[in-house]
Ligand binder design. Structure first.
Ligand SMILES: [Zn+2]
Ligand SMILES: [Zn+2]
Length: 156
């Protein structure tokens, strides 16, 4: 954890699920996949990627975890009360997991990094008019996120 990073105290909209992000998010992107559209009830999900060791859920009993069909097999956690996505976890290697924490979980005053790309843009329900890279398909989306993460993961 870098010295200047202060933990973010995150919560879902109903306030029942609280979690702390104790490591700096490494990446933030917008995902237009059909699962995110359903789970988020939005045209896309705006999410940050953090090492799973840097995410502490106060009470996991308040979170409903479940895997949805399409790859990657992301274990998605929803608040049992408001059904808002609170965090997803993905095993990328034995003993190493990434956490996906939605932007809406962070307090409004949190200074978090800007979004840098759109993924699964091919299944978008609405065009987004910005200058960010747009990855359409599965492999392009995977590669876009992995290639952005590798330097961050190598850094420490
Ligand atoms: Zn998605
Ligand atoms: Zn909630």
């Amino acid at each position: 954890m870098s010295d200047e990073h202060r933990p973010h105290n995150c919560a879902c909209s109903c306030g029942s699920v609280r979690l702390r992000v104790t490591r700096p998010p490494m990446l933030r992107f917008m995902c237009h996949c059909t699962i995110c559209q359903t789970v988020y009830g939005n045209p896309y999900a705006d999410v940050t990627v953090v090492r799973a060791s840097g995410v502490e859920i106060e009470d996991e009993n308040l979170v409903a975890f479940g895997r949805h069909k399409a790859p990657p097999a992301l274990d998605r956690g929803l608040c049992k009360s408001c059904r808002q996505p609170v965090a997803g976890f993905l095993a990328v290697a034995p003993g190493f997991r990434l956490a996906f924490v939605p932007k809406h979980m962070y307090p409004a005053e949190s200074q978090i990094l800007p979004s840098t790309m759109h993924i699964f843009y091919g299944s978008r329900t609405a065009d987004v008019d910005d200058a960010l890279p747009k990855h359409n398909g599965f492999w392009s989306s995977q590669w876009g996120t992995i290639s952005a993460l590798i330097p961050k993961l190598m850094a420490r």
